[in-house]
Design a binder for this molecule. Structure first.
Ligand code: PLP
Length: 419
């Protein structure tokens, strides 16, 4: 059932509906790209005002510690990475002291691949294969390649359905993205982690398209390492810091290559020699980006407040509803995402040879999804701010743009730098 009355009924019964008003989305925009850049929470605008005017402007360097009450309290910038890590932990089935916010996803991937290779370097130096899938997110593959160029890693790629066969005694690390950015396919984390462990490999999961939208149980799956992105479903803002997870059992032995002073046991002793901090703090490198961290903390707080169970339930219901709308209105448009809502992320991808201009024509109508080369139209469903009626409207716009050939104009073909 994809009628307007049904959409309105679902919206009225949606337990997360009151979160919509807490985001600053422009009038007339149907935003289906929160899996690329989450929208601006009102609380983040306020928080950044406080951080800029009060903590930076008035508090100045004192804000690294807790500000005195006469300056409004707040500050305590120094613990932002740990505080945000602790708030993300319950969303990914981890303990607070196993997660930290820092750097970018790409940099965290580099640190953790290096760390895993270091742990696996046996006497014979054989185990240095990092196994991943072709078509994984580019940065993930490029980071393995960078380590390969330094002679530290050997990159091996195998289709996800052949991963288990490709796991042999040379594989040091299996590194996969949990929800595929293009198709939305979600992998079985527990099964693949167990298969890798059986062959003596460690596992690093990229949760960029998972956190805040799908169930993630790192502890239950016995995952070794994970990274994830702050600016997608966590609504942390453009270029937000990322996060990294290291299972408690590895925290003691973990070494990472970027031995900056923030990962030191006592940074403010200003010693000449590096001694890693205890625990997850050793993943830090340099001074945290306070403005970005503050926005991320505010975005994570809203996600945590909604609770992962409610977010997952709504994400699945939204994607099912959109799929039903599109299959009624455009029965010939192939969906490349898995049929089972429990087997995919909070997104749906469709294949069309004119995906790029269709996407541009939709944006011109205020329906913001995105295009992924060469022929994918991708729509993400942020469960905090999307409703069912929004999705019905978006599907109607899509059907009109395709049926009328409205996309077939010069203005919709020109490609910008970011697609
Ligand atoms: C978005 C995304 C990234 C982003 O990496 P950055 O360092 O933030 O540019 C990495 N991996 C995956 C799978 C992603 O979806």
């Amino acid at each position: 059932m994809t009628t307007e009355a049904e959409a309105q009924r679902l919206d009225a019964a949606d337990p997360l509906r009151h979160f919509r008003g807490r985001f600053d989305l422009p009038e007339g925009v149907l935003y289906l790209d929160g899996n690329s850049l989450g929208p601006l929470p009102n609380s983040t605008r306020e928080r950044l005002h406080t951080v800029i005017d009060g903590e930076w402007g008035d508090g100045l360097i004192r804000s690294w510690n807790r500000l005195p009450d006469k300056l409004g309290g707040g500050g305590e910038w120094i613990t932002l990475p740990q505080r945000i890590g602790a708030a993300i932990a319950p969303l990914i089935g981890a303990q607070a002291h196993e997660v930290i916010a820092c750097d970018s996803t790409s940099v965290n991937i580099f640190k953790l691949i290096w760390a895993a290779l270091r742990m696996q370097a046996g006497d014979d130096g054989r185990r240095k294969v990092v196994l991943s899938e072709p078509g994984n997110f580019p940065t993930d593959l490029y980071m393995i390649e960078g380590l390969e160029r330094q002679g530290l890693a050997e990159r091996r790629l195998a289709g996800v359905d052949d991963i288990e066969a490709a796991l042999d005694e040379d594989v040091a690390l299996l590194m996969l993205t949990h929800v595929h950015y293009k198709t939305g396919r979600m992998l079985d984390m527990a099964r693949l982690t167990a298969a890798a462990h059986d062959r003596g490999a460690l596992v690093l999961w990229d949760l960029s398209h998972s956190v805040g939208a799908v169930p993630v149980e790192l502890a239950r799956a016995k995952a070794d390492f994970a990274v994830g992105c702050g600016y997608k479903y966590l609504n942390g803002g453009p270029g937000a810091p990322a996060f990294a997870f290291v299972a408690e059992r590895h925290l003691h032995a973990l070494e990472q290559p970027l031995t900056g002073w923030f990962g030191h046991a006592k940074p403010f002793d200003f010693d000449d020699d590096y001694v890693p901090a205890n625990g997850i703090d050793r993943l830090l490198c340099g001074t945290p980006q306070v403005l970005g961290m503050s926005a991320l903390e505010s975005g994570v707080a809203i996600t945590a407040e909604a609770g992962i169970d409610a977010l997952v339930a709504k994400s699945r219901a939204l994607s099912e509803f959109f799929r039903a709308c599109v299959s009624r209105l455009l029965p010939d448009l192939p969906c490349v995402s898995p049929d089972d809502p429990a087997g995919r992320g909070s997104q749906l991808s469709f294949r069309h040879e004119h995906a790029y201009p269709i996407c541009q024509a939709l944006i011109a109508r205020g329906v913001i999804g995105d295009f992924r080369a060469p022929d994918i139209l991708r729509f993400g469903f942020g469960p905090l701010y999307i409703g069912y009626e929004d999705l019905l409207r978006a599907a109607e716009h899509l059907a009109e743009v395709v049926a009328t050939g409205e996309w077939d104009r010069e203005e919709f073909r020109a490609r910008a730098a970011v697609t």
